[in-house]
Design a protein around this ligand. Sequence first.
Ligand SMILES: [Cu+2]
Length: 166
Amino acid sequence: MAKKIFFVSLGLIILAGGIFIMMRRSHMMGASSQTATGGLIAVSANGDKLPVPASTGSLPENTAAQETGGMLVTLGIDPYPPSGGGPTNFVVSLADASGQPVSDATIGLDLTMPSMWMPPNQVDMKSGAAGKYQASGYFTMRGLWRIEVIITRGSQKQSVLFDVGL
Ligand SMILES: [Cu+2]
């Protein structure tokens, strides 16, 4: 009887170990499938690169922008390309169609990876002066990350997406 329990336990331990190794391997494969670091770009809901808005002209490489619901949303990250270990500083600027800063929004960030499931990684931004919102967050591993900027104004809620690799 004791022998039987021993072998069943051993079998379960080996099975759990195998599953663990397979999960780790698929996680690492996801990370290595992305290409260069950096490359902060605005993307659509299905991950396609969006053109740079005509109103912004050329932007620094740590900055990307896109228009949504009559607003221009500009995201800057520092350091750039983001480091894997340390914090990343995020700054979002909001402006209306006439270029006036929009300071009455509530903004949150949702950091995910398109190629794999990751633990929830959400950050609330602090609103500052003149339509600028700031937060510090962590990219918890290397690979391609998707940054969802969730903007709430009154009863209106909208999201824009950006991709960056590290
Ligand atoms: Cu990951």
